[in-house]
Design a protein around this ligand. Structure first.
Ligand SMILES: [Zn+2]
Length: 390
């Protein structure tokens, strides 16, 4: 036991006695001292695993790719990942060879000096090594140089950079599926069905998609590319920038087909904002029309930087500009957003503003049932009977 700790405990007991504590133990009784935790035992030496038998083969491979695939598949089944350490492509006067090592071989070389970056590495100096040579017959031989691994094998390759790589044909598949508007999660499912042992993650699929988008965009900025896509896609758009800057604050767009339908069925229009639809956290203001057959169609959309009256006025003026006869709009249905209702009264003073039934119903559910003490199990139809004034 440490002397300093004994002294500390004695001092504490002494101070308790001095204060007249009746529960304090007499000095001749053994002190109840908490023992110090033992120092951590040294970590056990890494296990040495020998795979000489598994990789010793008299088979000659027809080509380099076949040899690499055989080695890679066998290594995976044993619980580690192989990498090409060194190779030479049969240049003039030189013999083709490939040196294959374990992914955990070598030392970690620091390339990032930021302190915030978490430094983690799998490398532990594993000495495993295979050598393959191109024979004069055109075939490839395989020899075991070092059969030892200085680490444990794994069955889960998540986080192993080389094991997560997509094969060239898989990358092509991601590109094709992305062009056909497949969602990343569906692409991932397809990959796993084709190659169940794949350790790839969603990040790899997103990276390929990002590279594709950058290649399509070229030297244009994101906003320039958006404008180009809207023009090519036959969209009518309008935007505003923050005064004194080049930063876009609001954007409104509508398809030319929507403009045609809107001019045919302009009588009833519904408006509402939805949230969490984009990474910029901008509310999406959506305008939907209704046809004479009771079906709905999109009129236009706007990303507004704020849900304020002047923003809604700007968006509604954009809609008004789409109409050939501006008095055809009769009814505008909104939620109970006062800023939007005010904007409707400013831009369309002749229209009848109505509040959406769904929003009234939600409000009754949230407030009326609680205030009238009707009980939670009451059905909404029954509640309507209790509502006298709306
Ligand atoms: Zn190894």
């Amino acid at each position: 036991m440490d002397d300093s700790n004994t002294h500390k405990v004695d001092t504490e007991l002494g101070s308790m006695t001095e204060q007249g504590n009746v529960d304090a133990k007499p000095p001749d009784e053994p002190h109840n001292v908490v023992p110090l935790p033992l120092p951590h035992p040294p970590p056990p030496p890494p296990p040495t695993i020998d795979f000489r038998i598994q990789f010793t083969t008299a088979t000659k491979f027809d080509n380099r790719a076949q040899m690499l695939k055989w080695v890679s598949d066998l290594a995976r089944s044993l619980g580690f990942v192989t990498v090409i350490v060194k190779s030479d492509n049969e240049a003039i006067g030189r013999k083709g060879y490939v040196h294959i090592g374990c992914q955990r071989g070598g030392k970690y070389r620091e390339y990032c000096h930021r302190k915030s970056e978490q430094k983690m590495t799998l490398k532990c100096g594993c000495p495993f090594k295979l050598k393959s040579y191109l024979l004069s017959s055109g075939q490839w031989s395989l020899n075991v140089v070092n059969d030892e691994h200085k680490h444990e094998m794994t069955g889960d390759f998540q986080g192993h950079k080389y094991a997560q790589r997509l094969l060239p044909e898989e990358k092509e598949l991601v590109r094709e599926l992305t062009e056909n508007m497949a969602l990343p999660r569906n692409i991932m499912t397809t990959q796993k069905k084709r190659r169940p042992q794949t350790a790839t993650t969603m990040k790899h699929i997103y990276n390929i998609r990002c590279r594709m988008n950058m290649a399509i965009r070229g030297s244009r900025t994101k906003m320039q590319h958006l404008m180009k896509c809207m023009t090519e896609g036959k969209y009518l758009y309008n935007h505003r920038v923050i005064p004194g800057t080049e930063t876009m604050s609001d954007i409104f767009w509508a398809h030319l087909d929507s403009v045609k339908i809107f001019n045919t069925f302009p009588t009833v229009v519904m408006m509402d904002s939805t949230y969490k639809t984009n990474k910029y956290r901008l509310p999406l203001f959506e305008i939907v029309g209704s046809t004479s057959t009771g079906r709905t169609y999109p009129v236009g959309f706007a990303f507004l930087s704020q849900e304020k009256e002047d923003k809604f006025v700007w968006a509604l003026q954009s809609i008004r500009g789409m109409l050939l006869c501006q008095d055809d709009m009769k009814v505008i249905v909104t939620d109970r957003d006062q800023a939007l209702i005010n904007a409707v009264n400013i831009v369309f003073p002749k229209c009848t503003p109505l509040i959406c039934r769904y929003h009234i119903q939600m409000n009754i559910k949230a407030n009326f049932i609680k205030k009238a003490k009707l009980g939670r199990k009451l059905r909404i139809r029954t509640v309507w009977r209790h509502v006298k004034i709306l």
